[in-house]
Design a protein around this ligand. Sequence first.
Ligand code: APR
Ligand code: PHB
Length: 390
Amino acid sequence: MTTTRTQVCIIGGGPSGLLLSQILHRAGIDTLVLERQSRAYVLGRIRAGVLEGGTMQMLRDAGVGARMDTEGFLHDGTYVATRNRGFRVDFDALIGRQVMVYGQTEVTKDLYAARDAMDGRIVDEAADVAIQDAAGTPHVTYRRDGTEHRVDCDWIAGCDGFHGLSRQTIPADVLRTVERVYPFGWLGVLSRTAPAAPELIYANHDRGFALASMRNESLSRYYIQAPVDDPLEKWTDDAFWDELRRRLPSDVADAMETGPTIEKSLAPLRSFVAEPMRWNRLFLVGDAAHIVPPTGAKGLNLAVSDVHYLSDALIRHYGGDDEGIDSYSERALARVWKATRFSWWFTTLMHRFPEDGAFGQRMKQAEIDYLESSRAAQTVMAENYVGLPF
Ligand code: APR
Ligand code: PHB
């Protein structure tokens, strides 16, 4: 067995783990990232693409924002549609804020490039990662190339996502979780076509939700609400485009470019929060601690939010101040719950639920009509969509 030492052992080389490693390394704190998959696998994941203002600034401050600022698209607002018509919620006019459309895959590529430029320690394809003695002398073991390895550390950051091992390390009598699984999934496609509109369109329709998004001027991302157990083969490209166009306002649907899809996937939707986000020397970060339905585009942004609080706490700890460490869970969760509420609200408003019935759908249409007519209602939506302050 080999033994090495680091100050913060980070489990998971997704956005949470990479950004935390980057910020701590720049602050002079030693980290080691253990990632189960290959780098190609991690970079092959297709994920969401809307960054809050706080996320943009965190990436810039970490020296990872240059390509985002060059290749990303700043959006001043978004469209909301129902019953064949849409209206715009103007974030910039309402609250002077914007969001950035820039794929999570690109963020992850930029993070890996920055880590490599600083010779950050990242172990890919680390198998059988195990957290040892987080309540005493914390260390992590893993296997690679047939050899057992041990990492002695001061702290362990569980950045290993919803299916990781970190959350399972917290004793059942300490961990509290709440969950809502939604009775539908999102069928998403990527296509080399021009976006249907200059900004995103969130559409509520009797047949179900639809979202028109994009990655750049020649790469579009679309989603429709679909039964989560639908066989993917049922959704030929033609079937997808037909259903999407039935759910978008006809002026958009009639003019939009369709074409072969280059990626198609059906994902379940859930709201999930685990508390506390710290147990002794172990911290939970990002999807390891919480999952939101993608309607509010909060997943990546909440991971960055946790990294903001934890990196601040660890930097202060190594400067002799443990207040951030002691309050990390409470501070991170305060923002997690508000984003979870917004994601649940927007998902409930925009999707068809089996129990809705005619009355339920009319209530949702009435709320969307109110949203269209009220500056106050649009301000509430704008504040939450662009991201509440850290
Ligand atoms: N050992 C090592 N690595 C692991 C283990 C393990 N036992 N289990 C999971 N991992 C790795 C995964 O391979 C993945 O690369 O941890 C990483 C977790 O990354 P994400 O799932 O992307 O989670 P996070 O970094 O918190 O980012 C959250 O990613 O999933 C999206 O919608 C989510 O946008 C949000 C963002
Ligand atoms: C995406 O572009 O993938 C996307 C955008 C906004 C969302 C969800 C996904 O709310």
